[in-house]
Design a protein around this ligand. Structure first.
Ligand SMILES: [Zn+2]
Length: 265
């Protein structure tokens, strides 16, 4: 049997998140409980890229592998999540939207949903051993962009983040998890090595490493649901999210085709 690996997707970790980031946020206490649960139950944290590498090269996985990821680059990652990860010695990957950085200045792009990390915080986080991945530059729906804009989003975010941390950025997370074969081809061309989608199922070595699925952890994911999903392999807790993402994928591909037919893509 091929091992399946839970890749958890977090967003803000905050007591009082903004209205826009609240639904997908968790409280710092819940986050700590969840990390403690994983450590106490013998899970081994890996970064997203290390898991993708292991899948690609058929390398043996550690005992009970788990990958903890964070999207967008909220300031509370540095203030609330990082200290917990350090306390439990747990690796993680943060996918940063480069145009949302708090002091992005002339490079600002898109509309951040909450208080974001500064360049200095991103650098500190990287130096603390957390993997920095990209999450596009301005957080658009990548599948809806024309080729030139898609390429810019992928390239600019990688270059800005690499300038900041001084090491290669290998991983990408598609904003909203939206991806198509064209988006994945562009991600490869933009020199990413692997990428994260959503899909709300566990990942396995059979998955495309440019579309590794993640599980959505939200404020409503209580301790019992979290435990049964991690230990019992009970993915029912993600069923609603799974149906939502599958439904959206078909709506969105129809929309993109319609745009192409109308000639305004
Ligand atoms: Zn995002």
């Amino acid at each position: 049997m091929t091992a399946t690996v839970p890749i958890l997707m977090y967003h803000a970790v905050a007591e009082h998140p903004s209205a826009a980031s609240k639904r997908l946020s968790v409280s710092p206490d819940s986050f700590e409980e969840q990390v403690a649960f994983l450590v106490e139950h013998g899970f081994t944290g890996m970064t997203f890229s290390d898991l993708a590498d292991a899948f690609e090269t058929s390398k043996a996985l550690p005992k009970r592998p788990v990958v903890i990821t964070f999207d967008d680059g909220y300031a509370d990652f540095a203030n609330a999540a990082l200290p917990v990860l350090q306390r439990y010695d747990c690796p993680a990957t943060v996918f940063v939207t480069s145009g949302w950085i708090a002091d992005a200045g002339p490079y600002a792009g898109g509309t951040p949903l909450d208080k974001m990390m500064t360049w200095a915080q991103v650098r500190d986080v990287a130096q603390a051993g957390i993997e920095i991945g990209a999450h596009s530059h301005s957080h658009p729906e990548l599948d809806q962009l024309a080729d030139a804009a898609l390429w810019e989003e992928l390239r600019v975010s990688r270059v800005l983040l690499e300038d900041c941390i001084g090491t290669p950025v290998r991983a990408l997370a598609y904003p909203f998890g939206y991806t198509t074969p064209r988006v994945r081809l562009a991600a490869r061309a933009a020199r990413y090595r692997c990428a994260a989608a959503v899909r709300n199922v566990r990942a396995s070595a059979f998955d495309d490493i440019f579309m590794l699925p993640r599980l959505t952890i939200r404020r409503s994911t209580n301790a019992v649901a979290f435990a049964s999903a991690m230990i019992g392999g009970d993915d029912r807790v993600f069923r609603r999210d799974r149906l939502l993402t599958a439904g959206w994928a078909s709506v969105r591909s129809a929309r993109r085709v319609r745009k192409r037919v109308l000639g305004n893509a």
